[in-house]
Design a protein around this ligand. Structure first.
Ligand code: AMP
Ligand code: MG
Length: 424
């Protein structure tokens, strides 16, 4: 088959994403141990199984008192309390507090019955078994109230949320030893190219090391998604088709890199045809990554990313990430975005929406962003230096320093519910 005859009509990024997202199957679910839940997407909401805190407790080290007993306290007429006991965190108060009595109490300990305020140690003058205060305390002053953090029965985190360390803390709080999560897809990775060597091989004339395979495994790991590497194949249609077919059978989704352009050895389009995969798009109005291809085979997604490292990186973040996160039931599968002040001129015109690998930071006054280096689709150093992608909409001329630009943040944990970036 002659690849050059392929009809490749560029689709807008938003259109390509719609075609993809429409086909994402409902997530399967599984139960994982709490310790393994980090990075999964919740398939059930986190519901408070009891009040938090479960009892009124002291937020500071100090003395538990009955607030009414302090009503007349002032600088001139300090009020004195008699210390009748001590409660540490984990203890249970022995008895009800009587008039003028106080109990020494530690952070996290339950207030004894009758007590309704905590005097911080710094607010007292201590003298043996007594101490004085110089101001009245309000009812429930310095008390961490039962249920102030969460009420029994309350839905605290919705289904479809990513389990980050804070969610792990919440799950543990309520004794979720097992968590219902969306099943994580296993993704197969294949790098194509006769020029490719492993990271452990010495360079040879005409050859380069495969950086895409390890990069994509890491991009997946960043989303908590396991991958299976099928290594790399030569630009040989029989070999490549065999490997892609095997990977499709053994995994939930396959990502290939390389071989999707129109060169003499770019066999991937022919392989899709051979497999009978339904191509959703094979050209996108974007740079880099315009040759990004997506197809479906037996209900499984097959992504053909460019072999150019920057293009492959961008293709993954823009298209593969939302599909996989939605497969995992995520409500916010798209990249988080923000805006920032451009710190350097980006003079190139943008016939297509351009993603510039960039460094994003806050300069103390504004969020600012600057290109991370060589802005070419075959660059690898700029993806290494960058922590963000600048989005320059298609149909625009160059952007000057000082312009406010859209910025996508691939490193952030949870993203947006929708694709809302301007493309033109
Ligand atoms: P292709 O998409 O196959 O036309 O490749 C485009 C460019 O990316 C070529 O310069 C390839 O040598 C390079 N390339 C392809 N695959 C990889 C890879 N796995 N790692 C690094 N560079 C690659
Ligand atoms: Mg190639």
């Amino acid at each position: 088959m002659d690849n050059r005859r392929l009809i490749r009509k560029p689709v807008a990024i938003g259109e390509a994403l719609e075609r993809l997202m429409a086909l994402v199957p409902a997530p399967g679910t599984e139960t994982v141990a709490l310790a393994d839940s980090f990075g999964c997407v919740l398939a059930e909401p986190v519901v408070a199984r009891h009040d938090v805190p479960p009892f009124h407790r002291a937020p500071y080290d100090g003395y538990a008192i009955r607030s009414a007993d302090s009503a007349t306290a002032c600088e001139q007429r300090r009020v004195s309390f008699r210390v009748v006991g001590r409660i540490g965190a984990g203890d249970v108060p022995a008895r009800e507090l009587g008039p003028g009595e106080a109990v020494r109490i530690m952070t996290g300990a339950p207030l004894p019955p009758g007590a309704d305020a905590v005097v911080m140690l710094e607010q007292t003058v201590e003298d043996g078994q007594r101490f004085t205060v110089r101001k009245p305390f309000r009812a429930w002053e310095n008390v961490s109230l039962r249920g102030e953090d969460a009420r029994a029965g309350e839905v605290l985190i919705e289904q479809g949320s990513l389990i980050h360390p804070g969610v792990v803390a919440l799950l543990a709080t309520f004794g979720y030893t097992d968590v219902r999560v969306a099943r994580r897809p296993v993704v197969g990775l294949i790098s194509t190219g006769t020029e490719l060597l492993g990271a452990d091989e010495p360079l040879a004339p005409g050859k380069i090391r495969d950086s895409n395979g390890p990069m994509l495994a890491a991009q997946l790991a960043r989303l908590g998604i396991p991958s299976r590497s099928y290594g790399f194949v030569r630009d040989d249609p029989d070999q490549a088709a065999g490997l892609v077919r095997r990977a499709l059978r053994e995994t939930d989704c396959v990502i290939t890199t390389g071989g999707v352009s129109v060169g003499d050895f770019d066999y991937m389009p022919a392989i899709y045809e051979r497999l009978g995969a339904r191509v959703l798009f094979n050209k996108v109005a974007m740079r880099p990554g315009s040759v990004t291809t997506a197809a479906v085979w037996d209900g499984k997604f097959l992504f053909g990313l460019s072999g150019n490292p920057s293009a492959g990186y961008v293709g993954f973040e823009i298209f593969v990430r939302p599909v996989l996160l939605r497969m995992m039931g995520s409500r916010r599968p798209f990249l988080p975005y923000t805006q920032a002040v451009l710190m350097e001129d980006c003079p190139k015109p943008n016939p297509f929406t351009r993603f510039v690998r960039a460094v994003w930071r806050h300069d103390g006054q504004h969020p600012v962003v600057a290109p991370a280096g060589l802005d070419k689709s075959n660059a690898v150093s700029s993806i290494a230096r960058g922590n963000a992608l600048i989005v320059l909409p298609g149909g625009t001329r160059g952007f000057l320093k000082g312009a406010i630009v859209d910025v996508l943040l691939p490193g952030a944990e949870e993203g947006e519910a929708e694709w809302r970036i301007r493309e033109s």
